[in-house]
Design a protein around this ligand. Structure first.
Ligand SMILES: *Cc1c(COP(=O)(O)O)cnc(C)c1O
Length: 393
């Protein structure tokens, strides 16, 4: 009998032949500055655990206490019987932290984006979207069936031109950008975009997944970084990166949040966070407010590591944040570099098409607040050694 899934096998074989087949690396310890993957201790430059909160004692304790008090699951979706006191406390805590009226927490940042864009727009509406926006935004746009207009990366004038052209058309307009772009580590041109949205009466939405806990006062994100409070109607953030746990959230007006309570499909049709997750996230916001030195160390480490990579002669692109790509061109080169780095004791993931454009393959590094200078210097030495071996520097 023929196998109707044979084409999947053929595609996998092709990826193996091209050297882009990706085996999952298995993390055998906690996610930390140094972790054990596949039986090997390595310096971990591949996690989004910017502040080291995945293993913070206060978060661990909060999670354990929540398990003791409330068990391991919420038992239902939020709208049936799965809204626990902890979920409401977390939403209030985030709204207060972000200086907005209200907040809704989703199971992930992905669900927050996909669920929100698809809920607030209809096929009659228009979306004006940066070409490098995150996949979850793209999926949300597609699910909404609104008309999608993509503008070149960070090109405010191009975005404004599209908004101007749409002025005569019926339907609502949504202007949407990442706050920090996850592959290049550059910051979105939010002041310009906000002004363009205001001039043309568009809804302004920003996805701050990589800026939550990283940019702005105590990690309040890019809206705080740029002083744009009250001018971004839909603010998305994640609890899965710097916050160290799991989840996503949307901040905005009380009306926006109550509307999402009624219409966002991941909120309506997927079970809410286990109590331990909500409790750990709550503790994380205490840590953000009480331990700002973590964010200072993150930026200090970022400057140190970027300087070292540049001095070694690597192309680190246009990054302005702790995300530093080492751009090498072909996907195979990126995967070779990643593999050699791992052998020498550094985990940094190779990323190629379709996650980044063809010819812009890279190894992406993210330093954390918890890396020591000695660890970063060792990683830099290894980068230089492997880079020379592969003829990259
Ligand atoms: C990681 C990321 C997300 C998804 O967040 P999760 O909580 O991991 O689902 C959304 N948007 C951007 C820009 C991201 O980088």
């Amino acid at each position: 009998m023929s196998n109707p899934l044979q084409y999947l096998h053929d595609q996998l074989e092709q990826w193996r032949a091209e050297g882009t087949y990706q085996r999952l690396r298995i993390l055998e310890s906690a996610s930390a500055a140094e972790s054990r993957f596949d039986g090997k201790e390595v310096i971990n430059l591949a996690s989004n655990n910017y502040l080291g909160l995945t293993t913070h004692p206060k978060l661990r304790e909060a999670a354990i206490q929540a398990v003791r008090d409330f068990g391991v699951g919420s038992g239902a979706v939020r709208t049936i019987s799965g809204t626990m006191t902890l979920h409401m406390q977390l939403e209030e805590r985030i709204a207060q932290f972000k200086n907005v009226e209200a907040c809704v927490v989703f199971q992930s940042g992905f669900a927050a984006n996909a669920g929100t864009v698809s809920a607030i727009l209809t096929p009659e509406d228009h979306i004006v979207s940066d070409e490098l926006n995150h996949a979850s935004i793209i999926d949300g746009c597609r699910l909404s069936r609104a008309k999608i207009h993509v503008f070149p990366h960070k090109d405010v004038a191009a975005a404004e031109k599209i908004l101007a052209e749409l002025e005569s058309q019926p339907g609502r307009k949504l202007l949407i950008s990442d706050g920090v772009f996850s592959m290049d580590g550059d910051i979105g041109p939010l002041p310009g975009l906000v002004e363009a949205a205001e001039r043309h009466g568009a809804i302004m939405m920003v996805d701050d997944a990589h800026s939550s806990g990283v940019l702005g006062r105590n990690g309040r994100g890019t809206i705080d970084h740029f002083g744009l409070h009250g001018r971004v109607h839909v603010q998305v953030g994640t609890l899965s990166k710097a916050v160290g746990v799991l989840g996503g959230y949307v901040c905005g007006s009380r009306d926006l949040i109550e509307f999402l309570y009624h219409r966002a499909r991941p909120f309506l049709f997927s079970t809410s966070h286990p109590p331990a997750v909500a409790a750990a996230c709550l503790a994380a916001f205490d840590v953000l407010e009480q331990e700002p030195e973590r964010i200072e160390r993150l930026w200090d480490n970022t400057r140190h590591f970027k300087k070292g990579l540049a001095a070694a002669g690597f192309n680190t692109g246009i990054s302005e944040t702790p995300i530093t790509p080492v751009i090498v061109g072909e996907a195979k080169t990126a995967h070779d570099l990643s593999r050699e780095l791992f052998q020498e004791g550094v985990l940094a993931t190779g990323i190629g098409f379709p996650t980044v454009p063809k010819g812009k393959a890279r190894v992406r590094t993210i330093v954390s607040a918890t890396h020591t200078k000695a660890e970063l210097d060792r990683a830099l030495e290894i980068f230089e050694k492997v880079g020379k071996k592969l003829g990259l520097v």
